[in-house]
Design a protein. Structure first.
Lengths: 503, 503
């Protein structure tokens, strides 16, 4: 593949050397992920000060490795005409990571990291005291740092877009903003109809459900969907998450003793993330070809398993008997009851992380509207609480009592802006993938029979095994035949909730 | 402290900059320790290939950070006359680590690491097949690499001594070899007397003891001795170990369902290691002043708690009732029974990791004699099994049936030579510290009352809080009033085993 003069003294081509250097950087990122997982799941409380130092050192050496001049030199030396498609994709992705990271001067990296570390404490205290004014100047500083960072990467473009692309590469922001506008225009009246015209769904799952049995139930759920335990674990964490690689993709959940289905749905969601990691090519470990495409595509996998599998009637036909084995007190529960319980809409809720399948997206869209307006200079910091509450009223007919339950509720803005899109992109893409999948397979029949392997294999074939081979928009077209579209998600929720709420 | 011309552009002195760079290196080492702990305790089996890459990358960046020319430049710039005692100790230790690491060329580091990685598989297969000939050429290669490595550090000195100093700095090898010779001359006849003239100690702890209750018992033991759970954990590992820092020092053990006291004694041993870590200065985290002195000093802490606390009658007077609460089937066990059971000598055993308090040291001394003779060119590779078996016969009157139970039993020689001394140094030093401690405190009375805090505080005062402030030999003199001496250990075992075995 390489011409002789591209080879170094030891016979390695510039391409070989480039990918080996990039892999070392990836291995350090993955080591940091292990250390982060440990911090959330295993670390004793007293370990925090040392862990902060360890993670700081890992981030620094990771950034140093990625921005090493040698990577820039190798990128310049490579003759892309000599490369095959896979190799060109690898070079495209490494170049993108390198250029974005190298564009940002070290002192800005340090200032950003020190600023967000300090933010964490201030945000926590402001939230506890329900005092937006204490956090407002820090949020202002985040806006300035975001603009500075975006300008360092590409001063010619919209700073919000440049920041957005950190997590959602190759998926144009204007397209996502169009999709979000369609969702808003459609979901707001749908939620309002459910609120005013929908039937009452009774609370049928009441009582206490011990955490130990809930954990056994979650293990049974993971067994049912075919989680590969040889490359994973289930543990408890204050905020459920998945962390790992194709060799070790770990899921976490939490158990609320009054709500056994919440921990279960969380574990199915995290399983979706794990299925993506476990479906990546093992031989491409550390290469862009063996890495997940984007946070939005990652979320499409968790949303697919959570909503298009775990919240369907066929799934509950299969799984309700297993729930009853674990909790005999639920022996009178019907499939319709369970289906309704896991799909119930709660428009009166103000908290994003507790939101249902529909209202969730209004929480996300609201945040994206506010932080884009901040970064684009269209909104003043002091107006955030008012705009937040006005949008909550407009979108969900509910106003939080306090800023702690309003604009201070999420940790995200203390760490960075433009980070919310992936959650909703993931749901939209999940519905689009589900529609394409159903063209090929009888999904309901397979789920009812507990045959999940063909479903996972379809996702691996169309999404996982490609890693970052295609740009995000191309991956979506390859997998579903068209660009990202709100249509499938809106059709899916229209049909599902009209039926569920007798609309 | 610093003269103005020593300061850099940002006002930091060369000393400040040096210690900050060294700390970053330490943080990376500690991150690798977390990742190693996870590998032993939490990782699913399939995670191994990725974990190997992650650990490799961490080792490489750690080595790069330590051997960075900037550290050499800073060491040259520092005017030690301007430093106080603590700072001089810090510079001494950083200089030692830097010079040893920088002396070894990168290609040798890489060859050594690749060679030992490959060794692991070959040693495993050779042990499984009981085929020394398959491992012999690899052991030969280890000898060559060890000589090469030692010569790169200091070609003028005994290569074995240079390698030994990697783990036992500032504790002259000739002194340790004298101590080992005294032990050998004393222990061989003592073990023989026990074997031939000692009373029979009956097996009183028989039956099955479930692992879950054993774990509860181990937690109770850690509660009893005052383990700080806010900075630690207890988990299960195939080979018990402790890993951590002053903020998070985790112990592990394993449970043999036929032998409840084995897991318990292992946990007390590992607690000793953890007590050292937890006793290090928190404000000196990452500095040599907040790091453990050496593997021998570390082992003195585990041996102290295991043997001089956990294997004493006062401890069993205190703890036997707790054992009986967990295992009511042991309700007839007396303190004398339990004391005898945990102190019984097994000279017929060939396996180091299963050895008792006395024979253990003959296993260690035998290994040190053999690997020093190999590195010093006084023994041929092919003669190792014969010499091993001859020494086993001479020291313990037992000959292993196979090389798998003989010279192939330990993983150590596949990873490096001259690594065994610390185990026996630790026991000798533990007895010496115990004697000094008993001059100040009524240890038996405190143990009987469950008052462990004063004992741990004495160790923190005399050992832990110093970190690497003193060279090892000075630390021993500061803590005990004299250099390392076999006398206390030999007096202790003479008295204990004469009594136990009616000699």
């Amino acid at each position: 593949m390489a011409t002789p003069d591209e080879r170094g003294a030891d016979g390695a081509t510039a391409y070989d050397e480039l990918i080996e250097r990039y892999r070392q950087y990836q291995y350090l990122q993955h080591a940091e992920m292990v250390v982060m997982w440990d911090q959330q799941v295993m670390m004793p409380e007293g370990g925090a000060p040392a862990r902060a130092k360890q993670r700081g050192a890992l981030s620094t050496v990771g950034h140093d490795r990625l921005t090493d001049e040698a990577i820039g030199d190798l990128l310049n030396r490579i003759d892309e005409g000599e490369l095959d498609d896979d190799q060109r994709a690898v070079v495209r992705e490494i170049r993108r990571d390198y250029e974005r990271a190298a564009g940002v001067p070290s002192d800005l990296v340090t200032r950003f990291s020190e600023y967000t570390a300090e933010n964490h404490r201030i945000w926590n205290e402001a939230k506890a005291a329900d005092d937006y004014d204490d956090f407002a100047p820090r949020l202002d500083g985040m806006v300035d740092l975001t603009r500075e960072r975006s300008a360092a990467i590409d001063s010619a473009r919209d700073p919000y877009e440049v920041q957005y692309e950190e997590r959602q590469p190759y998926l144009p922001l204007d397209r996502v903003e169009e999709v979000f506008a369609e969702l808003r225009d459609h979901l707001v009246p749908l939620i309002e109809r459910i609120r005013t015209d929908g039937r009452e769904i009774p609370e049928v799952v009441t009582g206490t459900y011990d955490a130990e049995t809930q954990e056994e139930l979650c293990r049974a759920a993971l067994d049912t969907v075919g989680y590969d335990w040889d490359r994973g674990r289930l543990d408890t964490a204050p905020h459920p998450f998945m962390a790992g690689t194709q060799f070790d993709a770990r899921v976490t959940t939490r158990y609320d003793e009054s709500s056994p289905l919440a921990g279960l749905m969380a574990v199915i969601h995290e399983y979706g993330h794990a299925s993506y990691q476990q479906g990546l090519r093992q031989d491409a470990y550390g290469s862009p070809l063996g890495s997940p495409r984007s946070s939005g595509v990652h979320e499409s996998q968790s949303r697919f398993w959570e909503n298009h599998v775990g919240r369907t009637k066929p799934f509950w036909e299969l799984f309700l008997p297993i729930v009853k084995e674990h909790f005999p007190s639920l022996s009178d529960l019907t499939v319709d009851d369970a289906y309704a319980a896991v799909n119930r809409i709660y428009p009166e809720n103000c908290i994003r992380v507790e939101a249902d399948e529909l209202t969730y997206h209004m929480h996300i869209i609201l945040r994206c509207e506010i932080d884009s307006a901040l970064v684009r200079g269209e909104l003043d910091i002091e107006d955030v609480p008012e705009v937040w509450n006005r949008k909550m009223e407009e979108y969900l007919s509910v106003v939080p009592d306090t800023d702690a339950e309003g604009c201070l509720q999420d940790i995200h803005w203390s760490m960075g802006l433009a980070s919310f899109h992936g959650y909703t992109v993931g749901s939209v893409l999940a519905a689009q993938l589900d529609a394409a999948l159903r063209e090929d397979l009888d999904v309901d029949g397979l789920v009812r029979e507990g045959e999940f392997d063909p479903i996972r294999e379809w996702m691996t074939e169309h999404v996982h095994r490609h890693g970052k081979r295609y740009p995000t928009d191309e991956l979506i077209e390859e997998a579903t035949g068209e660009p990202l579209s709100a249509e499938y998600f809106l059709d899916y929720v229209d049909e599902k909730f009209a039926d569920l709420y007798d609309l």
